[in-house]
Design a protein around this ligand. Structure first.
Ligand SMILES: [Zn+2]
Length: 497
């Protein structure tokens, strides 16, 4: 049996930290002040009797967390439950001082809903089971040969977005997670910081023979906090389960962890059933009753969502799917692109302007931002830089090679495009007379390439254009060079024949 005989069944449970000022059941700060990293907080700095689980301390519901959960539910088409109930999920762990986590079980605040992803150009609806509110646990820190507990995170509000097992491939799971991340960050209900674990997921993975309908035994991969890792962890897990079944063994229901260094999952513990948690309604908390006017207010607070933006970019700017996907992958990319479009100069065609902007953003700018590990919001390159570059590009005043160079220089200096272009002498050379000597030099230095071009090997044309570009220090107009090379080669061919 091979992997092709099987189909994977994947469902994700996503934990997302809500951006409230205080924790979900007490007045402790839920996160460090703006600009301060979580790691610079003292351990157990943000704690009190309630989030430390002291006997007799009573939880008080944070209304803002309810509002944000409602907003999330409305954005994905969930039904908002008029009255929902908190339950105690009982288990023992050192970072859970109460001995139970306050969560929701059979009566969650949001029911149903759907996240739309695109698979091979077609739209696919991945259904949601529910979205529920819960508190986060603390963190065990293994250091100096001992385990220490930090409760700064205990009681931080989370929503858990529970997906139905509608996903079939690691790529679909990755796309679903990206889309959900783009939605919740666009809604402004979370900072979505994956390194800090503020947006993380558990993946339930099972396999079954193709064409059979019952689900196989599922394995849960816990706490994956990167889009790439979720795809790799699931891909590994599918291969592992295929190997287990092919060897005539059975898949064990268990919880596994993913090790990115080894690119493997390994067993953590056998999986608990819901009954093991002995859920029961929390007697210290009243049911959450969401007022009708809150639902209306939150509905109005929903901005244009990534899927709507994609449709608009396609319709208004004729951008291809690949571009719209990247531009709507997170709030920062969307905001950046839209600010560039806000500086659109009406004398240029809007679709050409959008396409050139999309190319610069998804190409060089995305590379620079990844390389520096710096968010676009904190970068020195602003939408004004990109808008001006696009203007020069479309006006044939700058080559795309030169535009990249300007972006690099602006990235490090923050200088304006015009200052950089003037300083570096990058204005595009559109004067055929000035370029002809460079073209003839390149052609005479590369007789073999010229011969190949004459015999119809079009591929070498790009190579020759590149050489002339290099000689011109990136200033030449590539389309013009191409013309000049063709003319020169045609002239030689005529002479020879
Ligand atoms: Zn507290």
């Amino acid at each position: 049996m091979s992997v092709l005989d099987f189909e994977a069944v994947i469902g994700l449970e996503v934990h997302c930290q809500l951006s409230t000022r205080s924790k979900i059941f007490c007045s402790c700060p839920a996160s460090p002040p703006a600009g301060v990293s979580v790691s610079s907080l003292q351990p157990n700095q943000n704690v009190c009797e309630v989030c430390c689980g002291h006997p007799g301390a009573l939880p008080v519901m944070n209304a803002e967390a309810v509002r944000l959960a409602v907003r999330a539910g409305l954005a994905v088409g969930s039904r908002i439950r008029q009255a929902s109930v908190f339950a105690r999920k009982n288990y023992f762990y050192p970072d859970l001082p109460k001995g139970y986590q306050i969560s929701q079980y059979d009566s969650a605040i949001c029911e149903g809903g759907v996240v739309e992803i695109e698979v091979d150009g077609a739209r696919k609806q991945a259904r949601l089971r529910r979205i529920h509110l819960e508190e986060d646990a603390g963190k065990s820190v293994h250091e100096f040969g001992v385990t220490l507990v930090n409760l700064n995170r205990a009681g931080v509000p989370l929503i858990e977005i529970v997906g139905e097992p509608d996903l079939r491939t690691p790529e679909e799971a990755g796309d679903y997670l990206r889309e959900l991340h783009a939605i919740v960050t666009t809604l402004g209900i979370t900072d979505g910081n994956m390194q800090e674990g503020n947006f993380r997921c558990d993946a339930n993975v099972s396999i079954r023979r193709k064409g059979s309908s019952p689900f196989g035994t599922r394995v849960e991969i816990k706490n994956v906090n990167s889009f790439r890792f979720v795809e790799k962890a699931i891909a590994f897990e599918i291969q592992r389960q295929v190997a287990v079944l092919s060897a005539g063994k059975v898949v064990v229901q268990e919880t596994r962890l993913y090790d990115p260094q080894k690119d493997q999952t390994f067993s953590m513990r056998t999986k608990e059933e819901a009954e093991d948690y002995r859920y029961f309604p929390d007697p210290d908390l009243l049911p959450i009753v969401v007022p009708e006017n809150w639902i209306e207010e939150e509905r109005r607070a929903i901005p244009e969502l990534p899927a709507q933006k994609r449709d608009r970019y396609r319709k208004d700017y004729l951008l291809p799917a690949q571009d719209t996907r990247l531009l709507t992958s997170s709030r920062e990319w969307m905001q950046f692109f839209e600010s560039v479009m806000a500086s659109f100069v009406s004398t240029l065609p809007v679709d050409a302007f959008a396409k050139a902007a999309a190319n610069l953003i998804s190409g060089e700018l995305s590379r620079l931002s990844h390389e520096a590990g710096l968010a676009l919001e904190s970068a020195r390159v602003t939408p004004i830089h990109v808008a001006r570059l696009v203007e020069l590009l479309l006006g044939n005043q700058l080559s795309s090679t030169a535009a990249k160079k300007v972006l690099q220089l602006a990235w490090s200096s923050g200088d304006s495009v015009d200052v950089i272009v003037a300083r570096e002498g990058l204005i595009q050379q559109n004067d055929a007379g000035a370029l002809e000597p460079l073209v003839s030099a390149v052609l005479s230095e590369n007789p073999q390439a010229v011969e190949e071009l004459c015999s119809g090997k079009e591929k070498v044309l790009g190579f020759l254009v590149g050489l002339v570009m290099k000689k011109s220090k990136g200033r030449a107009n590539p389309a013009l060079i191409q013309d000049l090379i063709r003319k020169a080669v045609a002239a030689t061919t005529q002479l020879e024949s």
